[in-house]
Design a protein around this ligand. Structure first.
Ligand code: AMP
Length: 197
């Protein structure tokens, strides 16, 4: 099973990914974490990524798609099922992902969309910034990230609704409560697609 966890910055994608990994044994790929790791190791990709991330902008599609494809191809566990956290973030990334998976006889099964009110997103990211020191969790960058999310990433919701893969989830409440809704949505959709699952 391949899952995309989708939602605005601060919507809880990382937290819920951990729960999904625990329950379904998926391999976690967080493009934000991959990029932060490149920055920490001062690699050439890290040098490029840093300028975009610090401004709250997206890394260009061509580079991001190449990075993602290399990760999937070089990770043997990815064949058993992945949870993609932070990718795709644009329509061209989603289209590239579909083509890439189709070539390998695979597909995305579920897109879990965490829906959280905007004021709550800002509060959560400010708190995370204070706790972790994450460089892009400051008010100015948060506002840019939300603007970019609305412009470039929200169209993916309709893209995946049309593909019949979008599972909307109310992303406010306790971690356990939200995860309960996610598991229920995934299992209901899986049963509908293959009743003998
Ligand atoms: P995240 O940890 O998912 O919030 O990502 C942190 C930052 O990494 C984003 O604000 C972007 O600058 C960059 N980034 C992560 N994933 C992508 C992606 N799929 N496309 C472009 N930029 C990305």
């Amino acid at each position: 099973m391949n899952v995309v966890i989708f939602g605005a910055p601060g919507s809880g994608k990382g937290t819920q990914s951990e729960k999904l990994i625990e329950r379904y044994g998926l391999h976690h790929i967080s493009t934000g974490e991959v990029l932060r790791d490149h920055i920490a190791r001062k690699t050439p990709i890290g040098q490029i990524a840093k300028t975009y991330i610090n401004q709250g902008q997206l890394i260009p599609d061509s580079l991001m798609i190449k990075i993602l494809e290399e990760i999937i191809d070089n990770e043997p566990k990815a064949k058993e099922g992945v949870i993609l956290d932070g990718f795709p973030r644009t329509i061209p990334q989603a289209e590239a992902l579909n083509r890439f998976l189709a070539k390998r006889g695979q597909k995305i099964h579920h897109v879990v969309g965490l829906e959280v009110p905007e004021e709550e997103l800002v509060d959560r990211m400010i708190k995370r910034g204070a706790q972790t020191g994450r460089a892009d969790d400051n008010l100015e960058t948060i506002q840019n990230r939300l603007k970019v999310y609305h412009e470039s990433t929200t169209p993916l919701r309709d893209f995946y609704i049309k593909e019949g893969k979008y599972r909307p989830i109310k992303g406010s409440g306790s971690v356990e409560e939200i995860f309960g809704h996610i598991a229920e949505a995934i299992e209901t959709a899986t049963e509908k697609e293959s009743p003998n699952f």
